[in-house]
Write a protein that binds this ligand. Sequence first.
Ligand SMILES: [Zn+2]
Ligand SMILES: [Zn+2]
Length: 175
Amino acid sequence: MMRNTKFFVYFHSKIPEIVKSVVVRTAENTFTGVNFKACENIPFGIQFAYDQYRGQFNGSKILEKAIEYGHRFFLIVIPYDLFVPHLNFVFGVAEPYYGAVISIWRLQITDSTTIFLERIQKTVKHELGHVFGLPHCKNECVMRFANSLFELDLKYPDFCDKCKKVLMRIGVIKS
Ligand SMILES: [Zn+2]
Ligand SMILES: [Zn+2]
């Protein structure tokens, strides 16, 4: 179904180069059956999704707008803090079979570049896992739900066998 589908990765203009390359490398090395294309800018303004009372961007609204504009199979990476209704913040949010939005705002809260980049890798795998239809997983698995940096850092960095099998069956991981 997803094999050879083009998957667009849109970076906000304030995303650093090192982050861009880690996001793209993680996506390509993990989802070997998917054709990723990195783009320098998000194809629409996101200011409408800013909540001035919370000082954060509403990830659900960004997803909705992208889908409304006809985008399919996309990952949007932004430098600002992200929330969805009923959660104080999220590292990312996804709409299965459409796309995802990721924020690096909280991921960069560390003195260690290694930890920062590991968090990005886990978040990319997790949100793209959702895009490819995976729900949260209770195994030692990157699809485990994490809503704090502590949980994110503890989380296993890869898919468990069960989730990997699903991804192979739909062709996003080459067997
Ligand atoms: Zn999740
Ligand atoms: Zn799993």
